[in-house]
Structure formats: structure tokens, C-alpha cells
Ligand binder design. Sequence first.
Ligand SMILES: *Cc1c(COP(=O)(O)O)cnc(C)c1O
Length: 385
Amino acid sequence: MSQAEIIISKIRQVLGDERSRIALHEPCFAGREWEYVRDCLDTGWVSSAGQYVERFEKGLVDFTGVKYAVAVVNGTAALHTALKLVGVEAEDEVLIPALTFIATANAVAYCGAVPHLIDSEPRALGMDPYKLEAYLKDVAVIDKGVCINRLTSRRIKAVVPMHTFGHPVDLDPLLELCQKYHLEMVEDAAESVGSYYKGKHTGGFGKAGILSFNGNKIVTTGGGGAILTNDPELAKLAKHITTTAKQPHPWAFYHDMTGFNYRLPNLNAALGCAQLEQLPGFIDRKRALAQRYQEAFADVPGVTVFKEADFARSNYWLNALLLDEQYAAEREAVLELSNAQGIMTRPAWILMNKLPMYKNCPHMDLSAAQNMERRIINIPSSVFL
Ligand SMILES: *Cc1c(COP(=O)(O)O)cnc(C)c1O
């Protein structure tokens, strides 16, 4: 058997042979979804008012332990809002990982700011704090409490660590860097609902964090997201700016700033409430599936199933195989053969600097991200598998 055939047979061994088609990640609606959504339809509260939005936000606060949650239409909107709220302005630079989903870079661009791309580290697949430290020492200067990129003269305002496939990044050294260089941290925790860094839920470490409830995430609202923060003023402003910045009044339309219509509809929040009730069970099942993959691949040379770092407890949102360097060339064969057989697998995202709109963005040496991008294969990870 070829390496690709061995890999696919191992995936089949874990998932069983009975399904003709196995998706990468499908939602699971095994709770009170129908009941809550029907309630919205029966009462007519489907849109911008209704009890489920508040209930969903409270559910997020209870689950994550972060003090405030503001539900919005999607994770990208949450990130856009969070960046604005921590003070990112046009022409600023924002440090983001080069290996991320497009939303991270787009949200920076929506602010008129410039993504500045950072390398990844192999242990957690996220932003490499030590390489970043050495890099900042080289390119950044502090001028009157503001971090300036010497090479571009632009202000570096914020850093956005992203918890890749649900695996928490090493946040402590990044938080230290934020202090030292006067940077705001906005955590892109879109993929890490149910993941913990040193015992605390991701998304609550920076000034703000964001979650996503897109259809492929661990819990879904159809489309949705949330802004998390421990700062009451920032939370209030987040709610205000994402609901058209309208001052409360029984009839007058007085808006006091350029807000966004980013509010999560009640209908979507209803779905989210039902999903949150099942989240602890989803996490257990995902961790068990990851364990089964670990065991199945233990005796396959040249392939590692990506595992949480010792500082992390991961939700294992999306399982990832990491091919050893000498098998990197096999990645295409695995993708082709598995997808042809109905087992959906995917490569990692193309690095941001290889996309036309971000190819001229400032970036550090990206050799680790480059190297990992070639070797990652995501494999089916739905909770019911
Ligand atoms: C899913 C995701 C987002 C947000 O995506 P939406 O589809 O807008 O909810 C942001 N960043 C990352 C890394 C993601 O995976």
C-alpha cells in the first residue's frame, strides 16, 4: 500500500465503513433546537428582539467564565468590531498569524489597517511568541508609549493570536509582549469554544476576544459570532456599535455614531441556546474521537495526529494529521484519493501572504508556517463520528 492508502485505511478503521460519504465537519442537532426555533416562529420574535439573544449571551458568559458576551451575526463581524473597540485605526498594523483563516486578515483590512504576518510554532500551530519577541526587538521601537514599526513608520496597535483547529496558543509570553510593546490583544477564539489555556477558557485573555458559531464550528447558530470581554465599558460599547448605535427611545431614531447592523437575530440565538446545552457532551466526544485517531495512527510511520500542548486542553474542533517532512509530497495524493472515496479531507489554509490582496503585507520570516502548511491534512471531525 502507498502511504496515502495506509492513511485512508486508518481513517476508515476509526470511522467505520458504513457511510458512503463522510464530511469534514457537520453540525449535530440532537437537543432542543426544534423547540426553541419553533418558539421563535410561534411568537413571531425572529429578528432583532426576543429573549434568546440575551439568554445565549448569558449562556456564553456562564460557559466561558468571561464576564461579558455580545452576540453578533458572524465571527468576522465580531473580529471587526473587537479590533475597532481596542482602538485599531486606519493605517495601523495588526500582528496576525500568516497561517489562519481569511477572516482574521479581512477584519484587519475592514478597519483600514494592515495585517502584519507572524510565523507559527509547531507545538501549538499558532503564533510563535518567542520568534515574535526576537522580531519585535529588531523592527519595533517604542515612541511615547506607542509601538512603531521602524521599517514602515506605522503604529503597531494590536496582536491577534488564533487558536488553530481549537488548539490554544501559548498566551502567557504573548501577553508579556503586549505589556512590553503597548499592544492590545484580541484573541481570535473562533475555533476554540470549549478550549482552555492553563485552565481558563480561551477568548478571555486579551482586552477582547471573539467566537464563531458558523455551521462548521463546534456549536452553531447557522451563522453567528460573539465578542467576549471582561471590561464593562467595552462590552457596553460593543453592544451599542453592533446595534446601529441607536440611543434607546420608544420612537426617536437618534444614532450617536456610525454603528453596524451586526446583531445576531433571535432565530439564530435560539439555535445557539440549544447547541450550548450540548456543548460539554460535544467536547467529550471530540476528545474521544481525537484519542481514537491517536491510537489508530500510533503505528503509522511518518504521520502524527496533532495533539494538544501541555498548557492546553483542546476542544479538538478539527483533527489534523501532520506528515513528516519526507512524506510532505504525499499530501496531494491523500487529499485526492480520500476525497474521491467520499472521505472529506482538507489542506491547511494557504498562507495570507500568498493571496493577492495580502501579498504586499509586512511579514517576518515565515519558514515554520510555510513548512507546516505543506504537511497538514484535516480529517473528518464531526461530533457524531
Ligand atoms: C470561523 C473563523 C472565523 C469567523 O468566521 P465566520 O464564518 O465569520 O463566523 C474567524 N477566524 C477563524 C480562524 C475562523 O476559523
